[in-house]
Write a protein that binds this ligand. Structure first.
Ligand SMILES: [Zn+2]
Length: 420
């Protein structure tokens, strides 16, 4: 009997131990109270908070997550998210405080440590503490050299500081990390950064360096338009207009929708090489290739007006106006030409009837990523910091829009026009 009793005793002790271990795993003592670790995340507050977050109701999300945190004060993810929400609400000091407290936590694993540091870096960036933000991101990368979010944020920080070389190195690291589908994007970003380095060299008068950079930018991203423009500028500085013309014409070949950016430059360069007719020929070719093209019409009109050919010029301006009624430059050119002709009644009447049918827009350049609007063409969006995302919103007379759009879309577009 004795050995059986002993065995039973051992078995019971084992079971009690197991149960105690399980309980210890699930419950823990916080401020004299036993807390159910599972309850924190299973509590309705946590799920409710996430739901509010998805619905973009930040205040409600904060309220629910704070309640969830009362049930389980140690929940790292909840604290992390809460801190981020404070930051998004502009309470940067509070966000920093929350995240700093998390760093003091014992037994953070490497991934948790890196994520807390990343959030802290974002807090610093939001608060304008650039150096501290950079240090935090660098720290994350020490813990995890392949931390994509840290690299992306570090790159944006370096771009904001115009540290183009550093940003270039960071982007190279990112490019080596991301898989094939994202390679073209990285390549294009590297090209834009290379162009910025070229501009920096140009400003410092280092023309050789600038040429190298611009050429390398063009090699990496064939449609990096500003690199062509500035490469041509360097050729002009070196009194080589033929080389400049070649570069700018190549640019028009690869990005015809940006051709107008080289118009002034080309018009002057053609004159220096004694090819005065080449500019008109270029504009005519662009107009025939893209019937909606209005800038080539306006440029050709100005070119003809300066040579005293006002009648064909005014016809071109009327055509340009039909395609782009919002361009103040066309209205000014038209009035200028109309006044030199002493305001002929029939032409003025035509002007009035064309503009009456038109819809007018403000800020025609739109970021395709975040819908930020701008009056001028920008290569990097000041809002979402993405490169080369601006397109020019197509402008057509109201009658065209209504005819082309399905009814639901035209309603949406109508309300958007009303607000902008
Ligand atoms: Zn944007």
């Amino acid at each position: 009997m004795q050995p059986y009793l002993l065995l039973l005793g051992v078995l019971i002790a084992l079971l009690v131990g197991l149960a105690a271990g399980k309980a210890w795993e699930r419950y823990k003592l916080v401020e004299g109270r036993w807390i159910d670790r599972r309850r924190g995340r299973q509590a309705p507050h946590f799920i409710l908070g996430l739901n509010y977050l998805v619905a973009n109701q930040v205040d409600e999300a904060i309220e629910e997550l704070e309640k969830a945190l009362k049930i389980d004060p140690g929940a790292l993810e909840v604290k992390l998210v809460l801190g981020n929400l404070y930051r998004e609400k502009g309470q940067v000091g509070r966000a920093i405080q929350e995240h700093q407290v998390l760093l003091q936590k014992p037994r953070l694993n490497r991934i948790e440590h890196a994520n807390v540091l990343l959030c802290l870096g974002l807090d610093y960036r939001r608060g304008g503490f650039i150096d501290r933000a950079a240090a935090a991101f660098a720290e994350v990368l020490k813990l995890d050299p392949e931390h994509e979010a840290a690299l992306v944020n570090l790159e944006k920080l370096q771009e904001e500081q115009h540290q183009w070389q550093e940003a270039y190195v960071t982007r190279q690291r990112l490019a080596s990390l991301v898989g094939a589908p994202d390679q073209p994007r990285s390549q294009a970003i590297l090209a834009f950064l290379e162009h910025e380095l070229g501009l920096q060299a140009l400003k410092q008068g280092q023309l050789d360096e600038a040429v190298l950079r611009f050429n390398s930018a063009i090699e990496q991203g064939r449609t990096v338009v500003p690199a062509y423009l500035h490469l041509g500028d360097v050729h002009m500085l070196r009194h080589d207009p033929n080389a400049a013309i070649k570069v700018w014409e190549t640019m028009i070949g690869v990005a015809p929708d940006r051709a107008y950016l080289a118009f002034d430059r080309l018009e002057r360069a053609y004159v220096t090489v004694g090819g005065g007719d080449r500019f008109a020929a270029l504009c005519r070719r662009l107009i025939s290739e893209t019937p909606r093209e209005w800038r080539a019409r306006a440029a050709l009109a100005a070119h003809l007006t300066s040579r005293g050919q006002t009648e064909p010029a005014i016809e071109l301006l009327f055509e340009a106006l039909e395609h782009n009624p919002h361009a103040l430059a066309i209205h000014q050119a038209l009035w200028n030409t109309l006044s030199t002709l002493d305001l002929p009644r029939t032409l003025v009447a035509r002007y009035i009837s064309i503009t009456r049918q038109s819809v007018f827009y403000l800020d025609p350049h739109v970021c395709t990523r975040c819908r930020y609007r701008s009056t001028e063409l920008l290569w990097q969006c000041p809002h979402c910091h993405e490169w080369n995302t601006f397109i020019e919103e197509r402008i057509t007379p109201a009658s065209d829009i209504e005819a082309e759009m399905p009814t639901t879309m035209s309603l949406a577009a109508g309300s958007e026009n009303g607000t902008s």
